[in-house]
Design a protein around this ligand. Structure first.
Ligand code: TRP
Length: 678
């Protein structure tokens, strides 16, 4: 790679007339965001392609920094002759090259969302060579090559993650955490990629050139440069395996002969093209970007004002519910598939049902788990609808279960969690005469004919591509998606919904957006399971929610494995108060003076975001927003906003616990008994 980077840098106005003069480097100081993006992208490239981060065949070229007011950079990673240091065959085909760049971008943005610490160390070129061995090529930036003196002072950025690490010398200190960036956009311009990814038998060298833009959060912080010696995890740095799911997925897509012409490819192409469009919008509404991107990538549709009105007409309009659920009013359920068609059919008298579910993964559910069920309860009331709730104990065992030589496997444990979780779900207050809740392990028989049909209609390749399985996945994992798909068809409930294959009963699935891949797969083959009279050709309609943000900050979703990131339905009033006071990420200022002057950033403030989910009164929410954002009025400070949230959640959780305590095992069994609910 010999391309000069100076074409990316703004040059003086009379540059054109001086074209013959040697170009003077006018590289501006490197923004910290670009250095951060550099180390993240190094990690992403090696994790996706399998190229080692500390291999002598890997070299970097200098990044370029500021262009049109954006923090951009460009560098190449040389994967060496004959792809010696890379497990992956780089694609020659520009379309597949785009998919590779997309995988790298996805991996980089996942690293951002995971918010890892980035450390910076003072060092010299000789230090780097000492620390990482070889000639330090994989870690030294390309501009620190042989001509640079051994004692040249450098900064080493180090990103150490649980499954991977990257180290690289950077032109400026990085930001303290990967999450200080809001995103990295990899330039996917077709021309650049096809000429910059060279591979195949004749290729002398294989390299990937990445042009990127780094978008920094307003509340980011620059890392201090440490003078001590870093403790580098060389094993992780030197690993030459494809470690990232994005890379495995890409490799499978690449080797999938069926890719050509299948609907998968069309999806992927659409996602890539749409992504370009999104870059343009990216500057406008920061917080919304990722959900927009998700909607575009998945190919679902945002819920429009018109559609909301239609929902309101058919629910509030019937008098069964007093108003639209706050999750709809506030765009927390925000995306859909075929909801408009579904409403039309229901309006014309076609029978319908609701389907949702839960994978029982721990004894205590947290607030985030409650969101889809609270909303489903409202839908049941609003449409006077029959509802089936699937408990995927089989799924959790296949994905998380263990086998122990002395005690055997723990399938029974997951089956018992179904009962525990069902109590929490039932405490949301569903209508017994219209609700059937079932464990897969128990109910599979009635669904089995449809499961078999769905198996027959899907290939291993297709399912593996969607879910990232490979040859080492247990066969139950590959079989499972059909089991989550089956309840989308009324005929899976011959007794419960009195339905056979001729049924025209349409299905609506409320779920968090991460469940969408299951139902994309379902919708693709749905026509094969129903009669021609089905208004949606068998396809279930979907309504998707956003994620409920964890206490520590608004990226990612809440996890039951991190005790402090969530409020559990078993927490006491004191637990709730302590967790919110201590752990809820604040968008407010550090001092009273600054808060009164500048106000809070509501988008990142967890207490405020949680109030959007749980405070019913729109006027009060608006007033809290106005006060807190401006640092004046009744709710001017973080402490006051948190206090309001604490009271609401203490009430909500206490009431939940009371209702739950009244649900006996016998009661749960009644709800889980196969019986007619229509
Ligand atoms: N897979 C889901 C989970 O892990 C459970 C589930 C099964 C589900 N069927 C569903 C969720 C339908 C939403 C809608 O929690």
């Amino acid at each position: 790679m010999t391309e000069s980077s100076s074409d990316e840098v703004p040059t003086s106005p009379n540059n054109a007339s001086e074209a013959k003069k040697p170009k003077v480097s006018v590289v501006p100081p490197c923004p910290n965001s670009v250095s951060t993006a550099l180390v993240i992208l190094r990690a992403a490239i090696s994790g996706v392609t399998g190229a080692s981060c500390a291999n002598q065949n890997v070299s970097l070229l200098q990044a370029t920094y500021i262009k049109e007011g954006k923090s951009t950079g460009k560098f190449s990673v040389n994967l060496g002759k004959k792809l010696g240091s890379c497990e992956l065959d780089l694609p020659e085909d520009p379309e597949k090259a785009q998919l590779l760049l997309q995988a790298i971008e996805d991996a980089a943005n996942r690293i951002i969302a995971e918010n890892h610490v980035v450390e910076c160390f003072e060092c010299s070129k000789d230090d780097v060579i000492n620390w990482v061995g070889n000639s330090g090529n994989g870690v030294l930036d390309g501009s620190h090559g042989p001509k640079v003196a051994g004692d040249t002072p450098l900064i080493l950025a180090y990103l150490n993650m649980p499954d991977h690490a990257a180290a690289v010398t950077v032109p400026s200190a990085t930001l303290v955490r990967t999450g200080c960036l809001s995103k990295i956009i990899v330039d996917q311009d077709g021309g650049v990629m096809s000429s910059s990814i060279v591979a195949g038998k004749k290729a002398r060298k294989a390299e990937i050139t990445i042009k990127f833009e780094a978008i920094e959060r307003t509340d980011s912080e620059t890392a201090a440069i440490q003078s001590k010696q870093p403790i580098l995890d060389l094993e992780k740095l030197q690993s030459a395996a494809i470690r990232f799911p994005e890379g495995r997925l890409f490799r499978e897509r690449q080797s999938d002969a069926l890719l050509e012409g299948s609907s998968e490819k069309t999806d992927a192409e659409v996602a890539v093209q749409d992504d370009d469009e999104m870059v343009v919008n990216a500057w406008e509404v920061k917080g919304k970007i990722d959900y927009d991107k998700l909607v575009k990538e998945f190919g679902s549709t945002l819920i429009s004002g018109e559609l909301l009105q239609e929902i309101s007409d058919q629910t509030v309009g019937t008098g069964r519910v007093p108003f639209l659920h706050r999750f709809l009013r506030r765009g927390l359920f925000f995306s859909h598939r075929d909801l408009d068609q579904f409403l039309k059919l229901v309006k014309s008298g076609v029978p319908m049902f609701l389907y949702t579910g839960r994978g029982p993964s721990s004894e205590s559910m947290h607030l985030g788990h409650l969101i889809p069920f609270l909303f489903t309860k409202w839908l049941q009331e609003a449409f006077d609808a029959p509802l089936v709730i699937q408990m995927t104990d089989d799924e959790k065992f296949l994905f998380k279960g263990v086998y122990d030589e002395s005690t055997g496997d723990n399938l029974d444990y997951y089956a018992s969690l179904t009962l525990e979780n069902a109590r929490d779900i039932l405490a949301c207050g569903f209508d017994y005469t219209k609700t059937f809740i079932f464990s897969d392990l128990d109910y599979i028989g009635s669904m089995y004919p449809n499961v078999v049909r769905i198996w027959k209609a899907n290939t291993t390749n297709k399912v593996s591509n969607i879910f990232g399985f490979d040859g080492s996945s247990n066969i139950g994992k590959i079989a499972f998606p059909a089991i989550q798909a089956a309840p989308s068809f009324a005929s899976s409930f011959p007794t419960v919904l009195k339905a056979d294959r001729k049924s025209n009963r349409v299905c609506l699935i409320p779920c968090a957006i991460d469940q969408d891949p299951y139902f994309r797969m379902t919708r693709d083959i749905a026509h094969k399971l129903v009669d021609k009279n089905h208004g949606l050709s068998g396809k279930p309609a979907l309504i998707h929610s956003k994620f409920f943000p964890p206490l520590q900050g608004a990226t990612g979703k809440m996890s039951s494995s991190d005790e402090n990131s969530a409020i559990f339905l078993t927490d006491t009033a004191q637990d709730i108060e302590r967790k919110i006071k201590e752990n809820a990420f604040s968008g407010g200022q550090d001092t009273m003076k600054k808060q009164k002057e500048l106000g809070a950033n509501l988008d990142v403030d967890v207490a405020y975001q949680w109030l959007r989910f749980f405070l019913e009164d729109d006027d009060e929410l608006e007033q809290i927003g106005i006060d807190y954002k401006s640092g004046s009025g009744k709710y001017w400070s973080t402490a006051l906003v948190k206090q309001r949230l604490i009271v609401i959640l203490q009430e909500l959780v206490a009431e939940h616990q009371k209702r739950r305590a009244n649900i006996t095992d016998e009661e749960v069994r009644k709800w889980m008994t196969e019986r007619c609910i229509v």
